[in-house]
Design a protein around this ligand. Structure first.
Ligand code: 5AD
Length: 452
């Protein structure tokens, strides 16, 4: 049984693609391994969204190639995902030991390529769609979850691609145009997952709020996305629904209202603001203003005062002045996010922003990033601290990564809680009292765990 070491870089979309490839390989007689030291195949599922992500994957592959060569081990090496799609054959030229470069819309053929490579048939193969168009189907979950312990939470891909064309973003180039699955197909998949014990489903896509907007007409003032949430909400045995990633412009009245009406829809939202300067937002082609973001957040908090809120921010977009950046700081202060993913702008080849005047120096990017991080951490620390002494509902996911003697789960507002309990609590919803807050982690009081 050939062993595959599969490592994933980047977004949850990639995590989901890796799950699908893992399931495909397992069903074809491959085994997954946790370590490259006993692997027959190394597959890196890559990300192109920033240069740093590309450098990491390339660095890892070069290191492994050299190491395997030194050990005289023959290991099949492959790239998949966005960087494979964007750089194609160039990767084979740069790293002659690499055997496979498989684009974002070709990973359903991975087992065939590995079979051939292990049989020594094809030394180097590059299979990427010439054009990442709308022809490829959105992949589905296979009915068997790959190995290991039964997970409690699963991603369901509802759409692929993106038509927003944010000027900084490479995704339209690597993942193609928006295409959505049908509500029936998604519900059937979600139902099958729930039947296997999944309690929480995260609807996944590049911009989920654009789901089906061309194919599925509005019904009673409800967008296709809200209709989808309602249909998934009807699945018996499903405990929680989340989605990622939305676009701020997708938070219409129908979605905000759904948060109050649909009990399984968790009170947490990721609202990627990117910047707090309207001038920069326009240059980014984002389609909203800072004020509109605050309005959405205020409306959501009116529905759920305890709403969990996260965001994405880019520091140092071309043309960003100190004043623009201060407007972003001001928006972050006003919004009070629980956490934020902070990025230094990274020029991506072929995107409009890479050619814009006023590229910001690395030094300024670093210092703005650091100042933003300090602000985000201070706000987060205060907000996490405020939860000490409160009672929260936790869906138990399993042993904590840091300390396997303890359990971990998430609150409805999407905060991680670590507490004492045993493995039989996995998949259960427990009421816990929070007795301590750490950095982006809450600790529960075991006295409140219902041990029966
Ligand atoms: N540079 C920096 N950050 C970027 N992101 C996307 N493209 C870039 C880029 N070129 C960030 C955005 C997006 C997140 C997934 O990655 O904040 O929301």
């Amino acid at each position: 049984m050939p062993k595959v070491f599969l490592k994933t870089y980047g977004c949850q979309m990639n995590e989901r693609d890796s799950e699908a490839v893992a399931a495909q390989l397992v069903s074809r007689g491959y085994a997954l391994t946790e370590s490259e030291s006993d692997a027959d195949v190394v597959l890196l599922n890559t990300c192109s969204v920033r240069d740093a992500a590309e450098l990491k994957a390339v660095g890892k592959m070069k290191f492994l190639a050299a190491d395997f060569r030194k050990q005289k081990r023959k290991v099949v090496l492959g790239f998949m995902g966005c960087m494979a799609q964007a750089r194609g054959r160039g990767l084979l030229e740069e790293m002659p030991q690499v055997n496979l470069v498989i684009g974002t819309q070709k990973s359903h053929k991975m087992a065939d390529y590995l079979d051939a490579a292990l049989a020594g048939k094809a030394l180097q193969v590059c299979d990427i769609a010439e054009e990442v168009g709308s022809q490829s189907k959105v992949h589905e979950h296979l009915s068997v979850l790959p190995g290991g312990e039964a997970p409690v939470s699963a991603f369901v891909s509802i759409m692929q691609g993106c038509n927003q064309y944010c000027t900084f973003c490479i995704v339209p180039q690597t993942r193609g145009m928006e295409r959505s699955r049908s509500i029936e197909e998604i519900v059937a998949e979600a139902r099958a997952l729930v039947a296997q014990g999944i309690r929480e489903i995260t609807l996944l896509g590049q911009i989920v709020t654009s789901f089906g907007r061309r194919e599925i007409p509005e019904k009673d003032g409800k967008s296709a996305f809200v209709q989808l949430i309602e249909a998934v909400h009807d699945i018996e045995g499903l405990e929680r629904i989340r989605f990622t990633a939305p676009h701020p412009k997708g938070f219409g009245e129908d979605l905000i209202e759904a948060y109050g009406r649909l009990a399984k829809l968790c009170p947490s939202a990721h609202i990627p603001i990117q910047s707090g300067s309207d001038r920069i937002l326009k240059l980014m082609h984002r389609g909203y203003t800072a004020e509109r973001c605050l309005e959405i957040i205020a409306k959501l908090r009116r529905v759920h005062p305890s709403l969990g809120l996260t965001t994405d921010i880019i520091a140092g977009f071309p043309g960003e002045t100190e004043e623009d950046f201060e407007q972003t700081l001001a928006l972050v202060r006003a919004a009070e996010f629980d956490n934020a993913y902070l990025f230094k702008y990274s020029p991506r080849q072929g995107t409009p922003a890479a050619e814009m005047p006023g590229q910001v120096s690395q030094e300024d990017k670093e210092s703005r990033h650091a100042r933003m991080l300090e602000l985000v951490n201070a706000i987060a620390a205060r907000r996490y601290e405020q939860l000490v002494g409160t009672e929260v509902q936790v869906l138990v996911e399993g042993p904590s990564k840091r300390n396997s003697a303890r359990l971990t789960g998430r609150t409805r507002c999407n905060k991680i809680v670590v507490f004492e309990g045993s493995d039989r609590h996995r998949g259960q919803v427990l009421d816990l009292k929070i007795d301590r807050a750490g950095a982006f982690t809450l600790y529960g009081d075991p006295a409140w765990v219902n041990l029966e």
